[in-house]
Ligand binder design. Sequence first.
Ligand code: NAD
Ligand code: UDP
Length: 324
Amino acid sequence: MASKKRILVTGGAGFLGSHLCDRLVNEGHDVICLDNFFTSQKINVAHLLGKPNFELIRHDVTQPITLEVDQIYNAACPAAPGHYQYNPVKTMKTSVMGAINMLGMAKRCRARILQFSTSEVYGDPTVHPQPEGYRGNVNPIGPRACYDEGKRAAETLFFDYQRMHRMDIRVVRIFNTYGPRMHPFDGRVVSNFIRQATAGEPITIFGDGKQSRSFCYVDDLVEVIIRMMNGPDGFHGPVNIGNPDEFTMIELAKLVIELSGSRSQIVNKPLPADDPLQRQPDIALAKKMLGWEPKVKLRQGLEKTIAYFKSVDMSQFRAPTPNY
Ligand code: NAD
Ligand code: UDP
């Protein structure tokens, strides 16, 4: 390791945040995990408690907090549609006020700060695959807007702070990512299909199932996020990160059924409003600037995720929202 740093991970108890904390703690950094546990379980970081270089703080990023750190990963925000639509006003506050509070901290500490942005800034894209230069097709008043526009506003704040205060910001646009520690009741497609398949319940495909997504395994994602944080001077992004291998929801459902040895039937449910038809990252910039591309194939990543879902006791998980 180059040098030991004091690193804050907001949303650090969540799916992606907890894997990031694992990597940073193992590398010997002094890690502060901050979370309000809206969509996560303490179990995700329980194995880190007691380590001398790990600290857990229950806090809401919409409120200011004073900490002394060298780097900030700002991941706090509900990410699954059912979670972020539960209290859309709070989702917008988390993105915008969370960004302002964390940027303020980074400014005071002269820390480098990385924002977990999203492919949702492209909305229902009319350009395929999506390069960073594409400005998107977002419905500003639809049910996904609290998340999409909140994340877009956060990007605006990051780049305005950079221009105004010469701050060292980094922005990654994350495409659909999956793996162990996804919340089993988050309603996202991978967790839903695996939970349904392992319980022998019907697999719910929304719409005709011909819509596509490109799925990245969590280990590949954490690797590139750390590379971006420690990447070339002056490279702020935004940079797309994800796995360009694209699948329809029908293909995903069949693969999950096969790999989990399930006898579940497929049923069709209505397509939610503003559900993007297709999504695939153009990762040329990440390849060029960070020397990165994903290694884990969907089949391989799903096997690990299915093994995780089979190993956990579902009754221990609290559904974060009443609808899921
Ligand atoms: P997650 O829901 O598992 O993690 C989010 C974490 O943030 C949770 O631990 C939650 O309790 C916490 N949180 C929410 N609101 C908070 C608040 N106001 N204050 C403090 N903590 C709060 O979801 P995830 O998939 O791990 O997503 C992490 C980040 O990555 C999010 O910012 C999300 O927008 C982004 N992202 C994820 C994906 C993906 O496919 N997983 C794709 C694009 C972007
Ligand atoms: N989806 C589905 N069945 C489910 C959950 C989701 O067919 O049980 C579809 C959803 O309509 C979308 C895709 O899977 O087209 C991905 O949904 P997810 O909520 O995982 O993420 P999104 O990329 O839409 O934010």
